[in-house]
Ligand binder design. Structure first.
Ligand SMILES: Cc1ncc(C[n+]2csc(CCOP(=O)(O)OP(=O)(O)O)c2C)c(N)n1
Length: 376
């Protein structure tokens, strides 16, 4: 690893992103301040970074892998080789930063559908990630020992499961905590409110990680709620809510670590609202960019989570163009290999696709399969 950063050159300064940081970079209150540690120009707004340079580089690689994976999947979907998918382009710091705060031996990562970067970082094999976008049931078989649920297409549908999982861990006196991801649109679902209420009452060790990416398909976040922030909804359920710059890997890591510590010590849940932006499409089936005001996406491109970390690591002498090229090449070949092995898997029959829905096949599903099999 290269030499340590010259921290004297990286003095805290006022964040230029319209967010405020605290001297420690941490907040556990319900204040509307947004925690930030690294601003969009790659300057530390806090005294020090909460991760070593080696871990920052690991985080940057994970975000890059997630981005290239998503880009490739969109491409493959356009060629008719994949089903509808939701890329997490621009939001990688949310899933990766939160996954970095977890302990793989005990903790659980529960995604919605836009968290491929974090899932890959946490241990989901790449070939399997390709398979799920190919509609193969094999893509949903989580490898033994990997504490992760498969992605969930029903908005907020995973949140009750995550709370049950967390409460179950607590009842069994296991040390694990659960981080569950969802978008701000999911906070309008009953599943969110019922889960938050139960988790608050039971002090379940769960972290509600809300990625406020400004859009729920074409609905802007300001039409999603009359609350001033999404984080403040936590107050009603009796636990803290915190806002964080969701494009800042370091801040996301820090607030998630703080929330995990709290949950592990028996104090219960935290709601994290990560302010981020959807730089890609909503899904390959809905081009939400048609609703965006002109210039909005370009403004957010300047806050790209990958670029700010590259800029910082460049100042530390860790990131170089040569390293960047090498990383891109490695990732491209990793993706090539995984794609080849995913393609080598036999495609699933209709019966196989439907056989994992219920423990026992319902008569309705059985008749649908039979009706289909009769077709020439
Ligand atoms: C229960 C349910 N209702 C509606 C939909 C259709 N739908 C898919 S994505 C989406 C918007 C979700 O927005 P948000 O929760 O902010 O997450 P994002 O997609 O922005 O990550 C909707 C309404 C769905 N998938 N599930």
């Amino acid at each position: 690893m290269a030499r340590p950063p010259n921290r004297t050159k990286l003095k805290p300064k006022d964040a230029s992103d319209g967010v405020r940081s605290t001297p420690s970079g941490r907040r556990e209150t319900l204040s509307p301040s947004i925690v930030q540690i690294l601003d969009s120009k790659g300057v530390l707004t806090s005294k020090s970074a909460p991760l070593s340079e080696a871990l920052m580089l690991e985080g940057l690689r994970a975000m890059l892998l997630g981005r290239r994976f998503d880009e490739r999947c969109v491409n493959l979907q356009r060629r008719g080789l994949m089903v509808t998918l939701a890329p997490g382009i621009g939001q990688e710091a949310c899933s990766v930063g939160s996954a970095m705060a977890l302990e793989r031996r005990t903790d659980w990562f529960v995604p919605q559908y836009r968290e491929a970067a974090g899932q890959l970082f946490y241990g989901l094999p790449l070939a399997q990630a390709f398979l799920w976008h190919m509609g193969s049931p094999l893509g949903f078989l989580i490898p033994p020992g990997l504490r992760m649920l498969p992605f969930q297409a029903a908005v907020a549908g995973q949140i009750p499961h995550a709370v049950g999982l967390a409460w179950g861990l607590a009842l069994q006196k296991k040390p694990g905590v659960v981080v569950v991801h969802f978008g701000e649109g999911a906070t309008s679902q009953g599943d969110f409110h019922e889960s938050a209420n139960l988790a608050g009452v039971m002090k379940a060790p769960v972290i509600f990680f809300c990625q406020n990416n400004y859009w729920a398909i074409s609905t802007p976040s300001k039409l999603q709620t009359a609350s001033t922030t999404f984080a403040e909804k936590a107050r009603a359920y009796g636990f803290p809510g915190v806002q964080v710059d969701g494009n800042d890997l370091l801040a996301v890591y820090q607030v998630t670590s703080d929330a995990i510590k709290r949950a592990r010590s028996g104090l219960g849940p935290t709601l994290i609202e990560a302010i981020t932006y959807r730089l890609g499409m909503h899904t390959t089936a809905d081009d939400g960019s048609r609703c965006e005001p002109p210039g909005m996406r370009d403004a957010w491109r300047l806050k790209d989570p990958l670029i700010r970390l590259q800029l910082y690591l460049k100042q530390c002498g860790v990131w170089t163009e040569k390293l960047g090229t090498q990383m891109e090449q490695e990732i491209a070949s990793e993706l090539d290999r995984a794609w080849q092995s995913a393609q080598a898997e036999p495609s699933a029959s209709l019966a196989e696709s439907l056989s994992h829905v219920f423990a026992e096949m319902t008569p309705r599903l059985r008749s649908q399969i039979e009706a289909n099999l009769e077709k020439p």
